[in-house]
Design a protein around this ligand. Sequence first.
Ligand code: SAM
Length: 376
Amino acid sequence: MKTELTLHDRTLTLFRFPKRSNETLQAWDAGDEYLINHVEELALPEKQNILLLNDNFGALSCWFSHQHSVTMLSDSFIAQKATLQNLQRNQCNKVDFATSLDDLPQNIDLVLMQIPRNNRFLTWQLSQLRKVLPSNVPVIAVNKAKEIHSSTLKLFEKHLGETSTSLAWKKHRLVFSFANSAQTSEVEPFTTWPVDEHPIQLKNLPNVYSGETLDQGARFILKHLPQRDDAFKAIDLGCGNGVLSVKLAQLNPLIALTSVDESHMAVASAKQNIIDNVGDDIDFHCVANNCLDGFPANETDMVVCNPPFHQQQAVTDHIAWQMFCDAKHVLSTGGQLLVIGNRHLGYDVKLARLFGKSQVKVVDANKKFVILQATK
Ligand SMILES: C[S@@+](CC[C@H](N)C(=O)[O-])C[C@H]1O[C@@H](n2cnc3c(N)ncnc32)[C@H](O)[C@@H]1O
């Protein structure tokens, strides 16, 4: 796996976050290189205010902070941690960080964007740009050519303005756009829908996982969440819109609940959904974090988890593994981890390796999913 990005006689050393000894995935892609090469050819004057949207692991932040004032805006806690560490590693200049919940900065001279996977989030970002950007400020976006459909370009045209594309280079394409559409379109931040068969209404900010329908795994585990009479500490790990947190809190008024996700929009949605569906009298916290980094050991009675199997564009099970290891670390003896996963992912083997085979049982299964309980 390459860790040195060399372009225009400059080399950056870049790692993903968290840094893993057996990492196989690079911390930048050809899209980052295409953007860098294109902007270098523009020979911009120094100290431009550059807004970077969705920089994956900080390659763009490291590159452009050398000569410019950079604001890195992302929905991802992990992307920001990666960027911070890569900036330090390469002794780069300071970069301003903003989350997807923040207003866009003023006085931007150039916007560079890694086009997000999720069209609702793309639409949101374009509409935000349209509101603040003067029409002469270029927006240059990048993605794999096969991910840039005519519908993607229509979103740019509708929500931002005049749009054209480059030739493909290393299977990537640039999208050039200006904020000059005839009208600004009002995009609602929340998508709201009810959860059938449960007294739950969910609000989803644009980049929340499964923000337009309930995740099928979540639907299956909802009816297996425990109801207890005692006070106990629980964590919803990878909470998304907080649907499992809401149900846990509805069933267990004495719960002390922490809902964790690496997406800032997920954390904000979970918080809103707990308040709207349960009230703010219960003991709860919603935090953006990488799994359970920094959480105290042996203090939690229960962890519920519907793990992700993607990081950015890549399919991977290392996050599920980290979530299981972290869950074991924070659980007190006798504490339980409740996991839902696709049958083919083999979480039973992973949990047996970690907790011991006799400590893992199948709670329920259907054609697609299995719910497992591991006791520490
Ligand atoms: C399959 S979704 C489950 C969402 C929700 N709990 C549900 O059941 O619908 C997995 C969630 O894990 C989050 N996630 C991914 N990587 C993470 C990490 N390293 N730390 C914390 N959360 C993470 C994703 O943002 C996503 O919201």
